[in-house]
Design a protein around this ligand. Structure first.
Ligand SMILES: Nc1ncnc2c1ncn2[C@@H]1O[C@H](COP(=O)(O)OP(=O)(O)OP(=O)(O)O)[C@@H](O)[C@H]1O
Length: 332
């Protein structure tokens, strides 16, 4: 890992006023975000909120329409290889491995920014590559041990199970010795055991001195893992804070459930409808037979429209997790 000074409070990442427009669509609007050494920061938001676009701005895949991205205080040019060289690595929402290369070779490719031989030399195994090969191989094996893939080093990456491929992506990203790792939906498509293992892996990455910024739809994962969470909605940062603060914020719940929150357009009307339905539910069961009253009460509770004040974070979690499942089935 890159040596980090854990005592410093200056951020590894400083994104300032990042805006990304595609024609008439503003996918990301003036977003500020800092990540400090030793932190795990979550970036959440409904589908289409602009999370991946923001990542693409951070890593130089997109040139932001406005704003700047700095790594350890130095503003980065929006060029992916320079961003990686500076110390930011990433994984992608859709796995991007070299399918016909071995697990070890995939990690070695990820090391090319830290060897003077470069990518082509690594791919073509030129003489310069051979000189650096031993050291790179040792580092790559270390990372495979770290991610639990050492026994698969000689396997073709396409033969790995899905969860292992995700781990290999992380190992490859770590091969550039980043000070900041960006993970885009690292648990998408994983079962609960794999998700739990990924959580442990991210903690271990942080403990080794690499700060982490992670996009994820699995709210349980995010709120267990992150020191801080930022929420994007329609390209804008809605709120940023600790897991406790964010998961109990009505606006976050509303953004996930699609229900209005206090002060939102239509909130007054929604409150009137809720009150009217509550009144109707009260009047209804009393007139009915005693045998019906239990089930009618239950119906009044379950069947009422989502009340922003009564919505619970758990509901938001479940909703978000359902969203993830659906996306996975779609082949994300
Ligand atoms: N290259 C592009 N050209 C035009 N529009 C784009 C492009 N990339 C993203 N968008 C649009 O920008 C908006 C934000 O998309 P983005 O993929 O960043 O959202 P997201 O929060 O990552 O969503 P998800 O959780 O579904 O991955 C969407 O409306 C999307 O259609």
């Amino acid at each position: 890992m890159t040596e980090m000074t854990t005592t410093t409070t200056s951020p590894v990442l400083t994104a300032t006023g990042v805006t990304m427009r595609f024609g008439g669509l503003t996918a990301v609007r003036s977003v500020d975000l800092d990540v400090h050494p030793g932190e795990i920061v979550g970036l959440i938001g409904p589908n289409g909120a602009g999370k991946t676009t923001f990542f693409n701005c951070l890593t130089g895949l997109y040139v932001p329409t406005e704003g700047s991205v700095a790594y350890q205080g130095t503003v980065l040019p929006p060029k992916p290889h320079l961003v990686t060289q500076a110390g930011i690595a990433r994984t992608f929402q859709n796995i991007r491995l070299f399918a016909n290369m071995t697990v070890l070779e995939n990690v070695l490719v990820g090391r090319h920014t830290r060897t003077k031989e470069g990518l082509w030399s690594a791919l073509l195994r030129g003489p310069g590559f051979k000189r650096a090969e031993a050291a790179s191989k040792a580092r790559a094996m270390e990372l495979l041990e770290f991610t639990g893939l050492a026994d698969k080093a000689d396997h073709l990456s396409r033969n790995l199970a899905y969860g292992e491929q995700r781990k290999l992506e992380i190992a490859r990203a770590l091969a550039s010795d980043p000070g900041l790792l960006l993970l885009d939906e690292p648990t998408a498509g994983m079962n609960p055991q794999e998700t739990r293992a990924t959580e442990e892996l991210v903690f271990a990455i942080r403990d080794m001195g690499t700060a982490v910024l992670v996009i994820e739809h699995d709210m349980r994962f995010i709120f267990n893992l992150c020191d801080r969470v930022a929420v994007l909605v329609q390209g804008q940062k809605l709120i940023e804070g600790t897991s406790d603060v964010v998961q109990s914020d009505e606006r976050v719940i509303a953004a996930y459930l699609g229900t209005p929150f206090e002060g939102a357009p239509g909130a007054e009307e929604a409150a009137e409808v809720t009150a009217a339905e509550a009144g109707a539910a009260k009047a209804g069961p009393t007139d009915g037979g005693a045998t019906d009253s239990g089930s009618t009460e239950a119906g009044a509770t379950d069947g009422g429209p989502a009340n922003p004040g009564a919505a619970k974070p758990g509901a938001a979690r479940n909703e978000a997790q359902r969203g993830t499942t659906a996306r996975t089935e779609d082949g994300q």
